[in-house]
Ligand binder design. Structure first.
Ligand code: SUG
Length: 417
C-alpha cells in the first residue's frame, strides 16, 4: 500500500481539567479554575476523528497515560494523597491529548535509511507535560514496532523539544521526498520559548535527514509573546502549501525563498495582520487546523471558534471565493480542548506511512469509535472541579476509566508511566 497520511489523535483522558498550568498559553490561563467536562471533551475528540474518516483519511489514536502520574510523584518523594495542590494538578493533567506534541515524525522518503523516524518529545518546559514521554514512548514502540520505523527516545532534557507542533513538512505528495522545516524559539518576551534549536538539530540528525532539504527557522518573538507557544498556532503546512500568519516567523524572507527553491509548486497562503490580527488568529486557532488533501482537494478542518471570530470568518469566506489553495473548510467542535489551548491540529500527530505497517489496535473505523464512545459515556467523569483533583473517589474513577479503555482496545500491556 502506498504511503498515506494517518492522523493519530490523543484520546482525551478522564482527568481532563482546567488547572491553568501552561504559562504563555492564554486559553489555559483564561480558564484556570473552570469546571471541565471530561466526558463531553472525549466525545468531541471522537467526533473529530469521525470527520477525518468521512473525508477519506486513515485515522489512528493514542491512549492517555496513567493518571495520576504516580512514578513522577514518587520521584518527587510524594503521592497523590500527600502532594500539595500544585504537584497534584501536574500529576493529574490530561495534556497527552495534544498528540502534536508527542513526537516529531520524518516519513521514510526523507530519511537516508528509508525508515519512518519518530522522536518522542521531552516536553521539559512545563512540569505537567515533562512526565508524558515515558508512557508515550512505550506506546510509540508498540504502535510502530515494524522495522519500517525507527523510534527514538527523547533528546537530552537540557534542550526543550515539543514535537511536531514545531515541525512542518512540505512535499508534492506524502510518498515523495519532502522538505522538513524545524521551527524553534529564541525568546518569547514574558513567555518561555519551548522549542530549542539544539533539540531540532539533534532530531534532524537522528532522523538522517538530508541537510540540503532541512530548514531551521525561528518563530517570531512577537508571536510567542502574543500566545503562540507552539508554531502550529500560527502556521500549518500540507503538500506544497504553507498556510501562515504574516507574523509567524522572525525572518520570513529566507524561509520562503528556500521553500520556493526546494519544493516544486510551493505556494504560500499568508494571512495579513491587517486582515486577521494575531490576537484573533490565536483566539480562533485559524492555523491550528488540519490542512488535508482528499480527492485532490485541500480541506481545512478548523475549530468552530473560527466561524465565530468575525475577522477570521471574513478571511475564510474571501479565500474560498477567490478559489485559493484551500477549497473547503469543515468546522469541528473541540471546545473543551480549545479552552486549554488545544485545537484540531494539536489533538493529532501526523504520520505519513503505509497503514499496513502500523499495529492495527491503534487504527480506528466508525464501529470502533462507537465502542469507544460507549466506554467513555460509561466511565469518564462528567465534570471535574480543580479543587477535587485529589479526591480519592475521582482518582479511582480516572484509573478505572483508563483501564476500561485499554481493555476495549486490547492494549492493557501498555503500563509505563
Ligand atoms: O502545552 N495545554 C497545552 C496545549 C498544547 C497545544 N498543542 C499544540 N499547539 N500543538 C500546552 O500548553 C493546558 C494546561 C492546563 O491544564 O492548564 C495545556 O497543557
Amino acid at each position: 500500500m502506498p504511503i498515506r497520511e494517518i492522523n493519530f489523535d490523543g484520546i482525551i483522558g478522564p482527568s481532563h481539567n482546567y488547572a491553568g498550568l501552561s504559562l504563555g498559553n492564554l486559553a489555559s490561563a483564561r480558564n484556570a479554575g473552570a469546571i471541565s467536562q471530561p466526558r463531553a471533551a472525549a466525545l468531541q475528540g471522537l467526533d473529530k476523528m469521525r470527520i477525518n474518516l468521512a473525508l477519506g483519511l486513515v485515522q489512528g489514536l493514542f491512549v492517555p497515560p496513567p493518571r495520576p502520574a504516580t512514578a513522577w510523584l514518587a520521584a518527587l518523594g510524594t503521592t497523590i494523597g500527600e502532594a500539595d495542590d500544585a504537584l497534584a494538578a501536574n500529576a493529574m493533567s490530561a495534556s497527552s491529548m495534544w498528540a502534536a506534541n508527542a513526537a516529531t515524525v520524518s516519513p521514510a522518503p526523507d530519511a537516508a535509511d528509508g525508515k519512518c523516524h519518530l522522536t518522542v518529545a521531552n516536553l521539559r518546559t512545563m512540569p505537567h507535560r515533562s512526565h508524558e514521554w515515558p508512557a508515550m514512548l512505550a506506546q510509540l514502540r508498540l504502535a510502530f514496532a515494524s522495522d519500517a520505523f525507527a523510534v527514538h527516545g527523547p533528546v537530552p532534557s537540557a534542550f526543550g523539544d515539543e514535537g511536531a507542533a514545531n515541525h512542518m513538512r512540505l512535499a508534492p505528495a506524502h510518498g515523495e521526498p519532502g522538505v522538513e522545516v524545524f521551527v524553534y524559539g529564541v525568546t518569547g518576551g514574558p513567555f518561555p520559548a519551548r522549542q530549542h534549536i539544539e533539540a531540532s538539530r539533534a532530531i534532524a540528525r537522528l532522523h538522517r535527514l538530508d541537510p540540503t532539504r532541512t530548514i531551521f527557522a525561528a518563530q517570531s518573538e512577537q508571536a510567542i509573546a502574543a500566545g503562540a507557544f507552539h508554531n502550529d498556532v500560527v502556521a500549518v503546512a500540507n503538500g506544497a502549501v504553507l498556510f501562515a500568519h504574516e507574523q509567524a516567523f522572525a525572518d520570513k524572507a529566507p524561509l520562503i525563498d528556500a521553500l520556493f527553491a526546494a519544493v516544486p509548486g510551493f505556494e504560500l497562503v499568508e494571512v495579513a495582520e491587517a486582515d486577521v490580527p494575531l490576537a484573533d488568529a490565536i483566539r480562533s486557532y485559524l492555523f491550528n487546523a488540519q490542512l488535508v488533501t482528499t480527492d485532490g482537494m485541500m480541506t481545512l478542518i478548523a475549530p468552530t471558534e473560527c466561524r465565530d471570530t468575525p475577522s477570521v470568518a471574513r478571511w475564510i469566506e474571501r479565500h474560498l471565493a477567490s478559489n485559493g489553495a484551500i477549497r473547503r473548510v469543515e468546522f469541528v467542535d473541540v471546545r473543551q480542548s480549545m479552552a486549554n489551548g488545544g485545537g484540531p491540529a494539536c489533538l493529532r500527530l501526523r504520520v505519513a506511512c503505509d497503514p499496513a505497517t502500523v499495529d492495527p489496535r491503534f487504527l480506528v473505523n466508525p464501529a470502533k469509535l462507537d465502542r469507544l464512545a460507549a466506554v467513555i459515556a460509561h466511565y469518564w467523569p462528567e465534570q471535574i472541579a480543580v479543587d477535587a483533583l485529589t479526591d480519592p473517589a475521582l482518582v479511582s474513577q480516572v484509573t478505572d476509566a483508563r483501564s476500561a479503555l485499554l481493555d476495549a482496545l486490547d492494549l492493557n500491556q501498555i503500563e509505563s508511566g
